[in-house]
Design a protein around this ligand. Structure first.
Ligand SMILES: Nc1nc2c(ncn2[C@@H]2O[C@H](COP(=O)(O)OP(=O)(O)OP(=O)(O)O)[C@@H](O)[C@H]2O)c(=O)[nH]1
Length: 435
């Protein structure tokens, strides 16, 4: 699948997941902590006797799905008669549960008695004000309400809690620590109301639900953003790697293509050279001369650089063929060509004109210098021993391009001079106009 399509599909999946995460946030995050007798949590009943009172309290065994207790509050011995029921949420007194992200408390409670209210507490342990050895030092997050006769349950917000005044006063808590805290709740309590009326008080606690979130909504959205950022970064890293690979692959392919082109170029140059070269002598053939003549002509016309040519013909070559055979004649043709090519300048072009006749194109060369070159070649050929013993001579005709002269006329002038050289006895150099 192309990367782009993969990216679009991944993006779609991410968007759908994000939408689900946002819309389903409530269900995903919601958490409920339940207190009921079936949970098997530690619990105890207490009264004002610890403070010098004379009240009495007892658990009443009843239905297995509720806590049932009664208190007889006596107005003697202590000014604030009370009794209460405490459920420990964890086995530890110092290590509670974090309910900071909780919103609601639901209480299924029946009360019968002289008071018109009951109190509930969520007790928070914090080492800044609590000590492990004194269970009155955990913070009294308090809520007081009047139970109605036929109401099944009561629902409160965590925001409805306040910290009991008497506790703040008694423990001398500074203002900055006096607000309700729920980050380390160790116990839940139900206590008789602040009316402190003596008499019989009966309680049936069926269930408590603390409803909230596993963690803060802001953290949830932060998590979604982090996931997006991580996925985008991963995708970018993946694309960078992929593109680097693609660039590397493309460069490799380009290099391969360049290699092929270079090879083809060199092959076509080789083939081109072959078509312009005489197979026997290795000198250029007539086609090979064409480019050099064109260049020379251009230089003459645009820069007035002189263009001269030297026609060369081996003397009495027929005799050599007749005497030594055609193969030896071939060897001499090749030998002369090699000898000449070795001794001319890089700008000179040596070509076989046909048979035993050759032409030397000398660009940017005056006729006298071309004549000098021809003379040098003539002497060299005459002195050379082909196949170690055979000696031949050659005649030369030299001509140069002059204003208004065509290439054809140039070659004719050189040919005429060569003819004159033959006429005058061969093995010599004549330039046009020489008698
Ligand atoms: N071996 C060999 N001989 C060639 C080749 N091409 C032409 N010849 C011979 O060259 C000879 C040229 O003879 P002619 O034109 O009569 O001239 P010449 O004998 O060189 O006499 P002059 O030019 O007057 O000095 C002929 O016998 C051709 O057969 C070649 O490729 N190989």
């Amino acid at each position: 699948m192309p990367t782009k399509m993969r990216f679009e599909k991944a993006l779609l999946v991410l968007v759908v997941l994000t939408a689900l995460a946002v819309l389903g946030q409530k269900w995903v995050l919601q958490e409920t902590f339940v207190i009921d007798p079936t949970e098997g949590l530690d619990n105890r009943l207490y009264n004002d006797r610890l403070s010098g009172g004379t009240s009495q309290s007892e658990m009443i065994s009843g239905a297995a799905d509720s806590y049932v207790w009664r208190c007889d509050l006596h107005a003697t011995g202590y000014a604030y008669p009370h009794c209460g029921f405490e459920v420990r949420l964890t086995g530890s007194y110092t290590q509670g549960i974090n309910f900071s992200n909780y919103r609601t408390v639901k209480i299924w409670l029946d009360y019968e008695g002289p008071n018109d209210s009951v109190r509930i507490f969520l007790r928070n342990y914090n080492s800044r004000y609590s000590v492990a050895s004194d269970d009155t030092t955990t913070k009294y997050n308090q809520l007081e309400f009047s139970p109605a006769k036929d109401q099944a349950y009561y629902e409160f917000s965590f925001g409805d809690f306040f910290v009991a005044n008497w506790w703040l006063r008694e423990k001398n808590i500074p203002p900055q620590l006096s607000h309700p805290e729920f980050n380390n709740i160790v116990s839940f309590e139900v206590q008789t109301g602040s009316g402190h009326l003596p008499g019989e008080h009966r309680f049936v606690l069926r269930r408590v639900e603390l409803v909230g979130q596993r963690f803060d909504t802001a953290d949830w959205y932060l998590g979604i953003i982090v996931v997006w950022v991580v996925i985008v970064l991963l995708f970018l890293a993946y694309r960078v790697l992929e593109l680097t690979g693609e660039v590397r692959e493309r460069k490799k392919r380009e290099q391969e293509l360049m290699d092929v082109n270079l090879f083809l170029d060199s092959r076509s140059r080789e083939l081109e050279a072959k078509t312009k070269t005489d197979a026997l002598t290795g000198a250029f053939n007539r086609e090979g001369i064409e480019e050099s003549i064109k260049n020379g002509l251009w230089e003459w016309r645009h820069s007035a650089k002189p263009l001269s040519i030297v026609m060369m013909d081996i003397d009495h070559f027929k005799k050599i063929n007749d005497q030594y055979g055609h193969a030896v004649g071939d060897d001499i043709l090749a030998g002369i060509s090699a000898l000449v090519k070795e001794h001319i300048r890089a700008t000179d072009l040596f070509a076989r004109w046909g048979g035993e006749e050759f032409v030397l194109v000398c660009r940017n060369t005056r006729i006298h210098y071309a004549q000098h070159i021809a003379e040098k070649l003539r002497a060299m050929i005459a002195e050379h021993k082909f196949d170690g013993e055979l000696q031949v001579t050659a005649s030369f005709g030299v001509a140069t391009l002059t204003g208004g002269r065509s290439v054809e006329q140039l070659f004719k002038a050189a040919d005429d001079a060569l003819y004159q050289a033959k006429e005058k006895g061969r093995n010599r150099v004549l330039k046009e106009g020489d008698d």
